[in-house]
Design a protein around this ligand. Structure first.
Ligand SMILES: [Mg+2]
Length: 179
């Protein structure tokens, strides 16, 4: 949240904060994302948040939902990378089990982690899609990195307290931004 305030005051990326908070598209869950449509837009790689996007918040291992989605996108020809703010041990453990690359300590909402993921995959930003459940981390990071950004509704209502604190603010932003 401190970072958001900093953003308001200094605007280091020269982007309107309201634009930065609005995703390109919103879907109920990752399985509702139209992969064909993304492909026809020239997208080839999906940068994925884990907590409450691909599984329960703060899980230490992926569940079937995550395995199935990764299989689905890999079969559809997309490359992917986990972009997580979590401690490196937990997120790299999850990525290892899912057999996908991972960027840890992504520092979302800063765009650094997204940029690191693009470098790791050798992809251009036009080819990438950032997918996550939170405006103040995933959406802003994707928008600041100038990649197509998709927000999904949270996987489960159970989440850690500091994420819960941000949800009422998200509601306000979504009301104003109409998404
Ligand atoms: Mg999340």
């Amino acid at each position: 949240m401190i970072y958001i305030l900093f953003f308001f005051i200094y605007n280091p990326y020269n982007m309107n904060i309201f634009k930065a908070m609005k995703p390109d598209k919103v879907y109920k869950g990752v399985n509702d994302i139209p992969l064909d449509e993304l492909r026809s837009m020239g997208k080839t790689c999906l940068l994925l948040d884990f907590d409450n996007t691909l599984g329960p918040d703060h899980a230490t291992r992926p569940d079937q939902y995550a395995y199935d989605f990764i299989k689905k996108i890999t079969d559809a020809g997309f490359s992917c990378c986990l972009v997580s703010n979590a401690k490196s041990g937990r997120s790299s453990g999850i990525a290892k089990l899912l057999e996908i690359p991972c960027v840890t300590y992504a520092h979302k909402p800063r765009p650094d982690g997204v940029n690191r993921a693009l470098k790791l995959l050798g992809k251009d930003r036009d080819e990438a899609v950032m997918i996550g459940d939170q405006i103040f981390t995933d959406v802003i990071a994707g928008r600041l990195a100038s990649v197509y950004t998709i927000m999904v509704e949270k996987y489960s209502s159970r989440e850690i307290w500091y994420v819960m604190l941000k949800r009422p603010l998200e509601k306000i932003v979504r009301l104003i931004g109409r998404f």
